[in-house]
Write a protein that binds this ligand. Structure first.
Ligand code: 5GP
Length: 185
């Protein structure tokens, strides 16, 4: 019997740590969006952010709406090409009233988050902020600092907690480093 977790070299963010991180970020969001004039909309970037989004939204106590977008960067294996394609758009007639918080799984080069922020502002959103569970600052190709960040990690290819390799490993309840032999086979 083959277990998915057998392909993991090391656990980087445990379930307990995930719980502490999501609680902390939800508190920060509660504090920043508590005004009556705010219309907070969490925008989950599919599919990687699905699990983080689910945990985070349950811990936010201020009024919140949710939505989804999908963006793909054409890439080969574990490398992104740098070209972003929006494959599921945010279609809201009330976008001008929305304080959008983009929820990402991981910021690597920063290209996806920068592109989506500019795109949503261009569409007329009242405000756009960014929230990521993982950040790999050493990999940045464009300058962007997420407004909310779970944890910084080294330059390693990680899976689990929503993140995949070839659509696998998303259901792992922790973030782990994938054994290189899995993607160099
Ligand atoms: P960026 O545009 O910041 O380079 O890339 C963001 C996207 O690249 C993420 O949403 C994710 O899909 C993918 N990505 C970057 N690093 C990793 C990683 O270590 N593991 C996985 N599974 N995806 C990654």
């Amino acid at each position: 019997m083959k277990y998915v977790k057998d392909d993991i070299a090391e656990i980087l963010v445990s379930e307990e740590e995930i719980d502490r991180i999501t609680t902390r970020i939800a508190k920060e969001i509660d504090e920043d969006y508590k005004g009556e004039d705010k219309k907070l909309v969490l925008v989950c970037i599919l599919k990687g952010s699905l699990v983080f989004m689910g945990d985070l939204m349950k811990k936010i106590t201020v009024p919140v709406e949710i939505d989804c977008m999908k963006a793909s960067s054409y890439g080969v294996g574990t490398e992104s090409s740098g070209q972003i394609n929006i494959t599921l758009d945010l279609l809201r007639p009330d976008i001008k009233e929305c304080d959008i918080l983009i929820v990402e799984d991981i910021v690597d080069s920063g290209i996806t988050l920068t592109h989506l922020t500019k795109y949503l502002l261009m569409k007329g959103a009242k405000s756009v902020k960014t929230c990521t569970f993982l950040d790999k600052p050493s990999r940045r190709r464009v300058e962007i600092t997420p407004d909310y960040c779970g944890v910084e990690i080294p330059d390693e290819f990680v899976v689990g907690y929503g993140l995949d390799y070839a659509e696998m490993y998303r259901a792992l309840p922790f973030v782990g480093v994938l054994k290189p032999e899995v993607y160099t086979k």
